[in-house]
Design a protein. Structure first.
Length: 296
């Protein structure tokens, strides 16, 4: 309090005017300033009949006090904004193949609502992003399916249709869409990581027992490499509707017309994470999902 009163006196160069500005008595200001000078062992003001004047020591001291108070005020306001989820950082894990469609729209809306929250994106395999959430290195991961992780919460948010990825020169690339019987004799490619195991299992589910045993090769590669392999004629693969919106040279994306199952995508986070920005993102995601169901 004494420091604020000293700053007010330095601004007005008058005890009475400073007291009026602070809404206190002149004697209170004068007493506190005198006590402060005694504690510091430094005279801050030269008293005159018509006011006061800062001493050189007083000017130096109060300049630093003013700077310190500004820093403290900034720290208080920043801490409050972080606590309200209006500032700070939000660490997000995802597959590159789902950074489009619903998720791209969601993060765009979040940035519009909370422009001062720093979004830090980690792209990686599901098991890596889930582990990072469990180890508190990520706040949330967006993954395929609805994983059951003991110490995490998960919530299904959106679904997408299944698309096949074909080389541009493939005969089926000319069609508007394809069917599973037309794909029964094809060689399929799948990643070892990411959604690869789910892609493998889905191909087996749709083709095994109905037609010939599907030929599926699995590779420990990232999505772009797999797309390049399709473009070069190594085989075909499956992907999501959002990923099909991102063009890739040499390949064609076509919907599977007789596919009855949609791909579910979920958010996964730790219930112990009290990050307010995370809660804002989850609330926005839930609102967006409900809006889709209502056709909004």
């Amino acid at each position: 309090m004494a420091l604020l009163q000293a700053l007010s006196v330095a601004e007005h160069l008058n005890f009475r005017h400073a007291a009026d500005a602070l809404g206190v008595s002149q004697s209170s200001v004068s007493t506190r300033i005198k006590q402060l000078e005694q504690e510091l062992g430094v005279q801050l003001f030269e008293r005159r009949h018509r006011g006061v004047r800062l001493t050189e020591a007083g000017q130096h001291f109060l300049e630093h006090v003013a700077t310190g108070i500004e820093h403290l005020d900034h720290a208080v306001r920043t801490a409050g904004a972080i606590a309200r989820g209006e500032r700070g950082r939000l660490r997000i894990g995802l597959y590159s193949s789902i950074f489009a469609g619903y998720l791209a729209e969601l993060l765009g809306q979040f940035r519009g609502h909370y422009p001062t929250v720093d979004l830090q994106i980690m792209e990686g395999r599901a098991r890596d992003t889930i582990r990072a959430v469990r180890e508190a290195r990520l706040d949330v991961a967006f993954v395929v399916g609805v994983p059951r992780v003991v110490d995490c919460h998960s919530r299904p948010l959106w679904t997408e249709a299944l698309f096949v990825v074909l080389p541009e020169q493939h005969a089926l690339a000319e069609a508007e869409g394809v069917t599973w019987p037309a794909l029964s004799g094809e060689s399929f490619l799948a990643r070892s990581g990411g959604p690869g195991p789910q892609v493998h299992d889905h191909i087996v589910l749709r083709l095994a027992g109905h037609w010939c045993q599907p030929r599926i090769q699995r590779f420990d590669v990232e999505r772009d490499t797999l797309m390049s392999m399709v473009a070069q004629g190594y085989g075909i693969t499956l992907t999501s509707e959002a990923a099909a919106q991102v063009p890739f040279p040499g390949v064609a994306f076509r919907p599977i017309l007789d596919e009855t199952e949609l791909i579910t995508f979920s958010a996964l986070w730790s219930p112990h994470n009290r990050c307010q920005a995370l809660l804002h993102l989850l609330a926005l995601a839930q609102q967006k999902s409900e809006g889709r169901l209502l056709g909004i």
